[in-house]
Design a protein around this ligand. Sequence first.
Ligand code: DX5
Ligand code: ZN
Length: 217
Amino acid sequence: MIRLAPSILSADFSRLGEQVQTIERAGAHVIHVDVMDGHFVPNITFGAGVMKSLLGKTKLPFDVHLMIENPDQYLEDFATDDTEFITVHAEACTHLHRTIQHIKSMGIKAGVSLNPATPLDVLEYILEDLDLVLIMSVNPGFGGQKFIPSALHKIRELKKMKNERNPNLIIEIDGGITLDNIKEVTDAGVELVVAGSSVFGADDIEKRVGEFLNIFK
Ligand code: DX5
Ligand code: ZN
């Protein structure tokens, strides 16, 4: 099953609870939570406190995307009963194996994200331990950027690795997803689709979520 994870990075922060309820009502599956520290990426968003303010406002699980240095220091903060995934960047983790085991020890699914220029090779000795791999199709830091086409090749290669070595692995894509390119990425093997500006930037958010879900059918 393919799931849609709207990114609240592009939501109206002054009405965050309301907007999350809108996407839930429309049938979105997961809330993508973009955490940026101004060091790993050139932008600052929000921390666990903002995410936790949504607890009780929605039944949707959180998909936490940590674009931060030293993620180990903050993993516990993001581990709530509603947190389904915590994903860290391979480029930000000196001891990636340890970080992944830490996430899993809290009963949360563990993911690794790769920047557009980072090869799949970095997954060689960790693939079997992962629940999810997030392929970045923009350089992380901002919503509303253009999809980088080489991500498609990367997804297809990762799909082969998944089939051979970790059939339960979830492949996620993040960055520049629109109604025009979503079919191509899901056909390539993506099962969890992040969409920020294309969902929250729409005039009718509920309708836009419905349009995405129709393509998954
Ligand atoms: C980018 C973030 C993305 C972003 C996607 O650094 O990780 O999740 O919100 O936004 P769009 O869908 O607008 O590219
Ligand atoms: Zn993200």
